[in-house]
Design a protein around this ligand. Structure first.
Ligand SMILES: [Zn+2]
Length: 524
């Protein structure tokens, strides 16, 4: 009866708000967490590319700070303090709690901002959680995809020099002995990076006024008992990296002539000349450094949110700050509590937004387009990246082979933001972000299926959002909300799969939805 009444109320609501068959109904399931009076700009237009600026778009012009030409100083290995206690082999008897069983990364990094070099001492404590013995470790060294970027200086395994082979991003380190289940090994890697000039489509690298460090340290690839080490190659679209949830303890020293401002995946604490950052249960640790960042911070019940933006972008920087802060509260209520203590929102030269744990990058183009309302790419893509803190950060997945698991969820999370945020422009959102593109394709498309950017995003993101909407209609509001919470908490710090998605769904509904799956999925 309860669901029938809900359906009746929904139908009346639909009639009252007018019928647009293309635009799905709104679900005002919760009181808006904020009530901001925002003036809508009536002539705001739909951009043909909700994710990327159209061809011919000018590269955002930002002030270029000339970097002093200086010759890189010789490697200063001895100036980098080694942290932590001397490495010792852990034994089976080591009583480790669940958190400590995940990979532990200690990174001591010294950035020479002007010469674009980074010296790093990395210590990884890796506990074998695969259930079987391991004879080697496979690490992902993304920095080695750039020419003349990654310079390895030494590797030690439990305090003993080790050998390795490095090909592309794949580094394999024979262990010499068998690492049994629940045994831990300590890996110390000393290396430096020649940070490359940043290309527009890439996050990693430097421009004259900003250095972005993402995937800047080797990390142990996830291991799957059926498929072995998970280390994918990039394709022209989407993201290829898969990460285990890990704990990070990062110490950073930045050398530069100017006052350099650091945006990071966590809030830093000053320790002498160093800044220390700790982040637990995360996939990644990202940094962005600039002498010309402006910033504003807003704290809510869940997190301290800081928006880092450039001069003359104050309105947009504040707009995305407020939306991200609201989104964190909304998603904490609808999915699970925000998994970290802070979030940095970082303006950069990029055609899109890009998520890392505790830090999201947003393309300058979106700041240029910002119209003072919540109806624009800066806000819709901004809250999308915020939702990746749950669908990517908290709940991991294979971004290359099952990208819909984070991207369809993140796109649909935009809808959830708009349905509870005044003025509830959900119909606008469906047109602006989804139906305008008349999407087709299979939700379970991989990044290797060769559909190109538009075909890929239409299939995975847009059809993915339509699939989730259809499921929501079919199973009802109560079951859908329970499913969202269940999916988040069941997979927290783990990897979700298409199978585990449907197992979670089946736990929360008795309704038959196989016809919907047939409509949207190719391989299932
Ligand atoms: Zn996304």
């Amino acid at each position: 009866m309860r669901s029938l009444r809900a359906f009746y109320v929904l139908c009346v609501g639909l009639i009252l708000i007018g019928c647009n068959l293309m635009a799905p109904a709104t679900f005002p399931t919760a009181e808006p967490t904020t009530f901001r009076l925002i003036t809508e700009i009536p002539n705001a237009t739909i951009t043909p590319t909700a994710f990327r600026p159209s061809a011919g778009t000018k590269i955002p012009t930002l002030p270029i700070i000339p970097t002093p030409t200086s010759t890189p100083s010789p490697p200063t290995e001895t100036s980098i303090p080694l942290t932590g206690s001397p490495p010792t082999a852990a034994s089976k008897d080591d009583s480790r709690n669940l958190d400590e069983a995940s990979p532990q990364y200690e990174l001591v990094a010294e950035l020479d901002y002007a010469s674009h070099t980074l010296d790093v001492d990395e210590t990884i404590t890796y506990t074998n959680q695969t259930g079987g013995p391991l004879n080697s470790l496979v690490l992902n060294v993304e920095a080695n995809r750039w020419g003349n970027c990654f310079n390895l200086k030494g590797i030690m395994l439990n305090g003993v020099p080790a050998t390795q082979t490095l090909s592309g991003a794949r580094m394999e380190i024979p262990l010499g002995v068998s690492l049994e289940p629940d045994e831990a090994i300590i890996l110390e890697i000393t290396y430096s990076l020649n940070i490359p000039p940043k290309q527009y489509e890439e996050v990693f690298g430097y421009v004259g006024y900003q250095t972005n460090l993402v995937n800047w340290y080797p990390f142990v690839a996830p291991y799957n008992n059926q498929r072995g080490w998970i280390l994918h190659e990039p394709s022209g679209v989407g993201e290829h990296l898969v990460y285990d949830a890990s704990d990070f303890d990062v110490r950073l020293k930045v050398k530069g002539d100017e006052d350099l401002i650091v945006a990071a995946s966590a809030e830093g604490k000053t320790e002498g000349n160093w800044t220390r950052y700790e982040l637990k249960g995360a996939r990644t640790f990202a940094l962005s450094i600039s002498p010309i960042f402006h910033s504003q911070t807003e704290a809510n019940q869940q997190a301290s949110v800081t928006s880092f933006y450039f001069q003359n972008y104050e309105n947009a920087g504040k707009g995305i700050l407020e939306a991200a802060s609201d989104a964190i509260e909304i998603y904490s209520d609808r999915f699970a509590p925000y998994p970290y203590e802070s979030l940095s929102i970082v303006q950069t030269q990029l055609a899109d937004g890009m998520e890392y744990d505790g830090l999201i990058f947003m393309g300058s183009k979106f700041y240029d387009e910002y119209n003072g309302t919540i109806k624009n790419n800066l806000i819709s893509i901004g809250v999308h990246e915020v939702s990746h803190q749950w669908w990517f950060g908290m709940v991991g997945n294979d971004q290359a082979l099952e990208p819909w698991l984070d991207e369809a969820m993140a796109l649909y999370s935009e809808r959830i933001y708009y349905e509870v945020t005044y003025p509830f422009p959900v119909n606008w959102w469906w047109r602006f972000r989804v139906t305008w593109f008349s999407p087709s394709g299979w939700v379970d498309t991989t990044i290797y299926d060769g559909y190109g950017f538009r075909g890929y995003t239409n299939s995975v993101y847009l059809r993915g959002a339509q699939f989730l909407e259809a499921i929501r209609f079919r199973i009802g509001e109560k079951a859908f909300n329970a499913f969202l919470k269940d999916f988040a908490t069941t997979h927290a710090q783990k990897h979700a799969t298409t199978d585990s998605f449907f197992e979670t769904l089946d736990r929360n509904t008795d309704k038959n939805y196989t016809d919907i799956v047939d409509d949207y999925f190719n391989r299932r």
